[in-house]
Ligand binder design. Structure first.
Ligand SMILES: Nc1ncnc2c1ncn2[C@@H]1O[C@H](COP(=O)(O)OP(=O)(O)OP(=O)(O)O)[C@@H](O)[C@H]1O
Length: 307
């Protein structure tokens, strides 16, 4: 998990794009020197890393490992993410995570840092990521996708209220808990916006046209519309059971992705889908961000509104 995603070489569809265009962005992080080595609420049961006992490895990211852990005294279970990375980059994520309180976003209880690692103590999401679920199940029925879309939109609404653009909504950053509830995770590509443009960190396959080619689509957008586009890609991927913007068999390299995102006239919307589903996908995957559905609008859309 890092701000710049070039190292996501394990997954052919998680390609990054050339140098960013930063305009009007306030990085959330303090400078590395001002980052405290331990950041845990004094009322939290987790005061030091020694309070946690590692049980198993839950997964491996680009820059570190996620462990299942147990609090020695309370026996409560947590996920512990250890990241070996440039602290100036990862403190961005730490600072964002600590501020967020929402049942639609994976909770971060504490952040610890030593000389080379950042350690995030997080809510344990027992069922892994939506990516894992897609690999196991392949496709989801519309009703499940509708609930998922609603939860992601509610998470995005919370982030927007905090002026945070997630910047990397994709199946592997959507985690599932014991109750089957999906929550947004991984703020390695996030930004607080004050207007103007946003950076181009994130994962190319899920990036909106205005992020991939800002000159063509204009610089004014603050980035929230980019998260809506990514949601549209995820929704379509859950329905089709494959990455939806390139054709089956296409080599998913950077050029093919840029072409699929920016050049093709319209994203192919499956005729087998219900009218509501197709309209929702169309509103998310509107190429022109000025015409794309907003989070507020889509929360009232017949496909995604709470039933
Ligand atoms: N809070 C959590 N609870 C349970 N499992 C988790 C949690 N956070 C991450 N994981 C699992 O650990 C794995 C690695 O997560 P991590 O966020 O480090 O990397 P990633 O997002 O998969 O990839 P990248 O590092 O390229 O962003 C994921 O596949 C996920 O299934």
């Amino acid at each position: 998990m890092s701000l710049v995603r070039e190292r996501r070489h394990q997954n052919p569809l998680t390609l990054s794009i050339p140098p960013p265009h930063y305009h009007g962005i306030i990085p959330i992080a303090p400078s590395p020197s001002s980052f405290s080595s331990s950041s845990s609420d004094s009322s939290s049961p987790i005061q030091t890393l020694n309070d946690l006992e590692k049980l198993t490895i839950l997964g491996q990211g680009t820059d570190g490992t996620v462990y299942k852990t147990r609090h020695r005294r309370t026996t409560a279970l947590y996920a512990l993410k250890l990241i070996r990375s440039d602290l100036s980059i990862t403190t961005l994520e730490a600072d964002i995570l600590k501020r967020i309180e929402s049942s639609f976003i994976v909770k971060c209880y504490a952040v610890f840092a030593d000389s080379s690692d950042l350690c995030f103590v997080m809510e344990l999401m027992e069922k892994g990521s939506l990516q894992d679920a897609l690999l196991a199940r392949h496709v989801f029925p519309e009703q499940v996708i509708s609930t998922l879309a609603n939860r992601i939109l509610q998470g995005l609404r919370h982030l927007q209220e905090m002026r945070i653009v997630h910047g990397d909504i994709k199946p592997s950053n959507l985690l599932i808990n014991e109750n089957g509830e999906v929550k947004i995770a991984d703020f390695g590509a996030s930004r607080v916006v004050t207007g103007g443009d946003y950076g181009s960190s994130g994962t190319c396959a899920y990036m909106s046209p205005e992020r991939v080619d800002p000159e063509k689509w204009g610089f004014e957008e603050v980035g929230f519309a980019g998260d809506v586009w990514s949601l549209g890609v995820v929704v379509l991927e859950c329905y089709l059971g494959r990455y939806p913007l390139t054709k089956v068999g296409d080599k998913p390299d950077w050029a093919a992705l840029v072409c699929a995102i920016c050049c093709n006239e319209e994203v192919e919307n499956p005729v087998s889908g219900s009218l509501e589903f197709r309209d929702f996908v169309g509103r998310c995957l509107e190429k022109d961000w000025r015409k794309r559905g907003t989070v507020k609008e889509l929360l009232h859309h017949p496909f995604a509104k709470n039933r």
